[in-house]
Design a binder for this molecule. Structure first.
Ligand code: ADP
Ligand code: MG
Ligand code: ZN
Length: 473
């Protein structure tokens, strides 16, 4: 039987607002002390009332627009009821029947192949407390309770683990460009759940949901393992049960957590303490959209004559792309319109060094201004590519500021560079050349002197002498 996998994603995203969703407590994921960012509202005391954080709405609207969804002019909050120690109110405020936004889409890339997936809905809700299980106790930290969460649900539009992963990567990138969350998977700032079913092409089978995937690799591996598990079951003549499964990273297998029969009935009902959420044009106008990754990819290809892979590389880290762009304009100010060596030293040499030394771009303290100066020296043939690479490795490995390295007298001892320099001097000074050829001893020193002068004394005189002798043989 020819079985096709179908995959849909449910994504929870913590929004990086300053305060929580329904109270003024700080939204600080770096707070290490438990239960300090709490109040009567987010700890679920009786008699308190929630009031909506406007910034959470604005953040959500940014994503809603970037995902080309239709924003509902009127949406509602609902109570999702369940009993658990991470939820003192006994319900979670969420959106159910009329979500913030519906029916959107997002383009993403699988290698250099453009794909598209439909977004079913985006809704707002609040996060729960964090439970920490020790050997003899379960502890509850309410710092996380009431943080603004955005749930994004896709249509079942993916047919391989790689597609689902590529979509998730693009979504995370988009979220970071929008600056609405740092979307760190390991920290749980973004949580991915995948739904998988197997069926004959064009027909959906029974879906299984996998939770607790805290890396993109886990997403890909869990989907692959689950496809295989379902395939084996069906081929043995068994049926796939609708259930929720977890992911065992070590065994590289999914395992059953709860089956459909045990699934909770949340008994949703309208939240009486919050009025309907009305989205008017004024609020939409306050959502100033930055350039999105897809736009930047296209613009970089056109503006800097880069190919798709190059533009994609620079887009994958917003700061790296901006750095490149600023360095290009600094370089232009110095008088060079070339972007090729700038790209190569940044994307190949520097990125390679950072990778090999497990450092981040930010650790280097590089500024576009000084980086452009470095590249300019290369373009003017003052520095060989060996020197540039050497300087970059000092920046990365010994954390030396580039600004200082640029001021330091560098011994120019690269034979190719010196040879070019001497060639130039010879072409410009026919008289000295004649003197040299007619055996005038001081001519050699004179040419070396000119080379010294042109390089502020950085050139190696011995290599100059060799170059002159070989060129004027
Ligand atoms: P539920 O009501 O169980 O939450 P939904 O219909 O709301 O199910 O869908 C939840 C997620 O599962 C969505 O991302 C959707 O795309 C995905 N999904 C729905 N049906 C299937 C299926 N047969 N196979 C894979 N994914 C599916
Ligand atoms: Mg669901
Ligand atoms: Zn609070």
């Amino acid at each position: 039987m020819n079985l096709e996998p179908t995959i849909g994603l449910e994504i929870h995203l913590e929004l990086k607002t300053e305060t929580k969703m329904f109270c003024d407590c700080l939204n600080d994921s770096n707070e290490m002390h438990p239960n300090v960012n709490i109040c009567e509202i987010c700890s679920g005391q009786p008699g308190t009332l929630p009031s909506l954080n406007k910034n959470a709405i604005i953040f959500a609207l940014k994503l809603a627009q970037a995902l080309k969804t239709k924003v509902n002019e009127k949406s509602f909050f609902a109570r999702k009821n369940y009993f658990y120690p991470d939820l003192p109110k006994g319900y979670q405020i969420s959106q159910y029947e009329s979500p913030l936004a519906e029916k959107g889409e997002m383009e993403y890339w699988l290698g250099s192949e453009k794909k598209k997936a439909a977004i079913r809905r985006i809704h707002l809700e609040e996060d729960t407390a964090r439970l920490i299980h020790t050997n003899d106790a379960s502890l509850a930290d309410f710092n996380r309770a009431g943080l603004p969460l955005l749930e994004i649900v896709t249509e079942p539009d993916f047919h391989s683990a790689k597609e689902a992963r590529a979509f998730a990567e693009e979504l995370i990138l988009l979220i970071r460009y929008l600056k609405i969350s740092t979307a760190n998977l390991e920290k749980g700032e973004i949580r991915l759940e995948v739904n998988i079913s197997l069926g004959p092409a064009g027909k959906l089978g029974v879906k299984v949901e996998i939770k607790n995937l805290n890396s993109l690799r886990a997403v890909e591996e869990a989907i692959e393992a689950e496809i295989k598990r379902q395939k084996d079951l069906i081929e043995q003549g068994d049926q796939v049960k609708q259930e929720t499964r977890g992911w065992n990273e070590n065994a590289k297998q999914t395992f059953s957590q709860r089956t459909k029969e045990e699934a909770e009935d949340y008994r949703y009902f309208p939240e009486p303490d919050l009025p309907p959420l009305l989205i008017n044009q004024e609020l939409l106008d306050q959502t100033i959209m930055p350039e999105l990754p897809s736009q930047r990819r296209t613009r970089f290809q056109k503006e800097f004559r880069l190919n798709f892979n190059q533009a994609n590389f620079l887009t994958r880290d917003e700061r790296l792309g901006s750095f490149f762009e600023e360095a290009v304009s600094e370089l232009a100010e110095l008088g060079s319109n070339q972007t090729e060596s700038l790209y190569n030293f940044l994307a190949n040499d520097l990125a390679g060094l950072l990778n090999a030394n497990q450092k981040n771009f930010e650790d280097t303290g590089l500024t576009p201004h000084h980086f452009a100066h470095l590249i300019y020296k290369f373009e003017k043939k003052e520095y060989s590519s060996k020197i540039v690479k050497d300087i970059l490795s000092q920046v990365v490995i010994s954390a030396k500021p580039l600004e200082e390295l640029l001021q330091k007298k560098i011994k120019i001892n690269d034979e190719e560079i010196v040879s070019d320099l001497i060639k130039k001097i010879i072409a410009e000074n026919p008289k000295v050349v004649q003197d040299y050829k007619s055996g005038k001893g001081s001519a050699l020193q004179f040419i070396i002197g000119l080379a010294m002068e042109k390089t502020q004394g950085q050139v190696d005189p011995e290599i100059c002498r060799q170059a002159i002798e070989s060129q004027l043989k």
